[in-house]
Design a protein around this ligand. Structure first.
Ligand code: ZN
Length: 115
């Protein structure tokens, strides 16, 4: 369940940009379109039906989804590494568990020798 919430958050962090097929203007959701009264962080899909390209007045249908330009490819994967053990590969997980055991063993031994 938390994974789904996470995906939504990631999608919101890197919304898709759309390029005008007529003039090359790129609509960036993070910036919005202040001249047309579009607030920053407005998704292209959420733009009003009568929204036009601010440069050449092309209709929304002229725009092409070009993905997120602000986030390089792999951005979401890298971000996932911050979320914890669930996103580690099995190999990394084993390493983590094994490393944890070694540390625990060393701590145990240090108590044992001190005692
Ligand atoms: Zn245009």
């Amino acid at each position: 369940m938390s994974d789904r919430a996470q995906e939504k958050t990631l999608a919101e962090l890197a919304p898709a940009c759309h390029e005008c097929g007529s003039c090359g203007y790129i609509y960036e959701p993070a910036k919005g379109d202040s001249k047309a009264g579009i607030e920053p962080n407005t998704l292209f899909e959420d733009l009003p039906e009568d929204w036009r390209c601010p440069v050449c007045k092309a209709r929304r249908s002229q725009f092409v989804n070009i993905g997120s330009s602000s986030a390089p490819s792999g951005f979401q994967q890298n971000l996932n590494y911050g979320f914890g053990v669930n996103n580690l590969t099995p190999g990394q997980k084993n390493l983590l568990i094994f490393g944890g055991l070694v540390v625990a063993f060393l701590i145990f031994m240090s108590f044992y020798t001190l005692g």
